[in-house]
Write a protein that binds this ligand. Structure first.
Ligand code: ADP
Ligand code: MG
Length: 695
């Protein structure tokens, strides 16, 4: 097929950037994120097939695909157990058979006796001797030369065949511009990088005899170079983003005032050193004329909320408004209760905004925010919706930031742009500690503060792993605990929060526990409960009117009931590490010994076993996060932060820490010394996708 020629009928090149590629093909390429010739070159093979040599049937390497030249002896179509084509062939003196389950009648002609074929695929010992099922094959003439390079296999999509991709890659390799260097010579020399053109040629068409292992494990210098390029682009982009932010205008909220002082006075405790330190960092940011973008990290229970409230107070002290957004209604409600209780006596009006509130209440809240009579707003992402306008928004706090998406943050920014008060300062909070490699890469555009100390008097939680076979004894334990005046959570996991069916286990557990412990008040809370009921149940639990709360994972984030000392998690083997850590953080908050019981069902998969081991052995959020990154990759941490943005395609944050450090150092230098080249490099790597990184 001539890939470069236009279709008859005149509708041709749809993509000016991929000139000459037929519209349909260009469309399929776009769905792979390929818009330009340079994208095509960065679309690297997943693996390779070696058709540069023929395998030796007498010296086969185990589990390796073979490439054989065979002669057809006969073929037959069988009908039982289902229609299949069997081609009997020999290779040297060894007979073997090829089996095809799907085939076209026209294919049969290719299997006349005496025909020479090259076949590749897996060879196995079948019922009737050596066989290959669905091998790739090619009809050849005697003496046909072997391939001179390894055959690349690309990631692809429906309707885009490997040969098409191969031809396109070859075309791209013949063009000059996608191969042009964007890295200045001094960088290439300093790091002994292979020329880019050589790298790309090697990766798309590895010469026979290349160390295939180093291509596959990405340790080959060609791979190292591409990884470095990618990491450099990411670092440049993050740094640029930071610089752009510095050029924006935000209200300078310099120094704490009356409200902040009064709030500190009203607290029933003193801030920990760590809280005080991060508060100082935040204050220094708020005093600047450009918007703060700070990530406040602190393990569950480290006391982030009060720090956020103090940041809000500083905005209010300067005549601005503040908003605190939480990802779930339960959490938002709890923040509202606590913060309003502190601030209302100090003369501050706090507006409560969620998607589920009554229209009257909502209209009132929105009015108060728009005319400035409410200084603080607390709520869910309903606060991001269109009709919500602020008079003078100064500070935005986003709790559990990884639960929010890029789109939502963009919405917030647009909102304040329209209000004409400049950008608000942003404080993002997260209880999921971000491992160093991630904070150096995906979060490099943010400033990070860490609360690395828990409030005094916390007793470390005891974690137990319990086989579900001992559930009855466990229920007895819970009963005794609740009888002594303490409270417990009983968590049932949801696979799909939205599926009614999935609620069944929680509903059943609730009935079962109530029956087993008739003297206790047992409550049930889950995501499908109407918000008012949800809030009522949570309040009853907070007030110890319910002793045992059966919950789906809606209580995962942020809920704070100090008298709850025990948590049972059913099917803990199904849950992710971050989730387990968050859940466990709900207990042991009030200075009493907390227990977390992880009930598990057998059989345990290997990952489940590893996860349970990690959570059992460690309560340190950083250790858990690092293990989580290792077990699952970065997606979980990024949440929706970078959705749609290029995840790292080539570099691996677990392995490429040294390259990452190099990239970070060089990004700084390049932006200073060679901004034009830096931009070229960014354009190549990020191209049209760069916008997503701006959120
Ligand atoms: P998280 O960081 O998980 O959001 P919270 O802000 O909910 O933690 O705080 C957890 C609990 O610790 C709350 O009950 C809060 O009132 C309490 N707390 C916060 N700071 C301190 C402190 N400095 N001393 C004692 N208790 C504190
Ligand atoms: Mg919190």
């Amino acid at each position: 097929m001539a890939v470069a020629s236009s279709k008859p009928g005149g509708k041709s090149a749809a993509s000016p950037a991929l000139d000459g590629v037929p519209a349909a093909t260009a469309g399929r390429l776009r769905s792979l994120g390929i818009h330009r010739w340079s994208d095509l070159l960065l679309h690297l093979p997943l693996r390779y097939e070696d058709e540069t040599r023929l395998s030796d049937l007498d010296h086969l390497e185990p589990d390796q695909p073979v490439h054989l030249e065979v002669v057809v002896d006969a073929h037959e179509v069988t009908y039982r157990p289902r229609k299949a084509l069997r081609v009997l062939v020999h290779c040297g003196r060894r007979p073997l058979s090829l089996r095809f389950l799907n085939f076209y009648p026209s294919q049969l002609r290719q299997f006349e006796a005496g025909q020479l074929l090259r076949v590749s695929g897996e060879l196995r010992m079948g019922f009737a001797g050596l066989e290959m099922v669905h091998p790739r094959y090619r009809v050849v003439e005697p003496g046909t030369a072997l391939a001179s390079t390894l055959t690349p296999i690309y990631p692809t999509t429906a309707g885009l065949a490997q040969p098409t991709l191969r031809k396109l890659a070859q075309q791209a390799l013949k063009r000059a511009e996608p191969l042009a260097e964007t890295l200045p010579a001094r960088v290439r020399d300093a790091l002994h990088l292979m020329p880019l053109a050589d790298c790309l040629r090697l990766l798309h068409q590895p010469p026979a005899g290349v160390a295939l292992g180093t291509l596959e494990d990405h340790s080959h210098p060609a791979w190292q170079r591409l990884k470095f390029e990618e990491l450099l682009a990411q670092q440049l982009s993050m740094r640029q983003h930071r610089q752009e932010r510095r050029a924006l205008v935000a209200p300078a909220l310099d120094g704490a005032g009356r409200l902040t002082a009064a709030l500190l006075q009203a607290l029933p405790f003193a801030l920990t050193h760590a809280q005080q330190r991060v508060l100082n960092e935040i204050r220094a940011d708020l005093a600047q004329r450009h918007p703060m973008q700070r990530l406040l990290q602190g393990d569950v229970g480290s006391g982030k909320t009060i720090v956020a409230a103090l940041a809000c107070a500083q905005a209010i002290d300067h005549g601005h408004q503040a908003v605190l957004i939480a990802p779930t209604e339960i959490l938002a409600e709890q923040h509202f209760q606590k913060i309003a209780a502190l601030l209302t006596p100090l003369g501050i009006r706090t507006a409560w905004v969620t998607g589920s509130q009554k229209r009257r209440a909502r209209t009132e809240a929105l009015q108060a925010l728009a005319d400035g009579s409410a200084q603080l707003a607390i709520g869910t992402h309903a606060l991001l919706e269109d009709p919500v306008l602020f008079a003078r928004l100064g500070v935005v706090v986003i709790d559990e930031q990884h639960r929010f998406g890029v789109e939502q943050r963009l919405a917030l920014r647009r909102k304040s742009e329209r209000a004409g008060t400049g950008q608000p300062h942003q404080l993002m909070m997260s209880a999921t500690p971000i491992p160093r490699t991630l904070s150096m890469s995906f979060f490099a555009d943010l400033d990070v503060s860490v609360i690395d100390e828990l409030p005094p008097g916390r007793v470390p939680i005891i974690t137990k792993l319990v086989d579900v076979a001992r559930r009855t004894q466990l229920i007895e334990r819970v009963r005794t605990l609740c009888a002594s005046g303490e409270q417990a959570y009983w968590v049932c996991p949801l696979v799909e929060e939205s599926e009614a069916l999935e609620l069944q286990p929680a509903i059943e557990a609730c009935a079962e526990l109530q029956a087993a412990c008739p003297e206790l008040k047992v409550g049930l809370v889950h995501g499908r409960l109407p918000p008012a009921e949800k809030a009522a149940v949570m309040q009853a639990f907070t007030r110890n009117e319910l002793q045992l709360l059966v919950a789906t994972t809606v209580i995962e984030v942020g809920v704070d009931v100090p008298n709850a000392t025990m948590m049972v998690i059913e099917h803990a083997e199904r849950m992710g590490l971050a989730q387990l850590h968050q859940l466990r953080g709900r207990v042991g908050r009030g200075g009493k010994q907390g227990f977390c019981v992880l009930l598990f069902n057998r059989p345990l998969s290997e990952t489940a076993r590893q996860r349970l081991k990690v959570i059992y052995e460690s309560t340190d959020g950083f250790v858990i996060a690092r293990e989580d990154l290792r077990l699952r990759g970065p997606g979980e941490f990024l949440g929706a932060r970078q959705s749609g943005a290029p995840m790292l395609r080539f570099a691996d944050l677990d392995e490429d820490i040294e390259l990452l450090e190099l990239a970070r150092d060089w990004a700084d230098r390049l932006l200073r010394e060679s901004p034009v080249e830096a931009q070229l490099h960014l354009d190549r790597w990020l191209g049209s996708r760069a916008d997503y990184l701006r959120a």
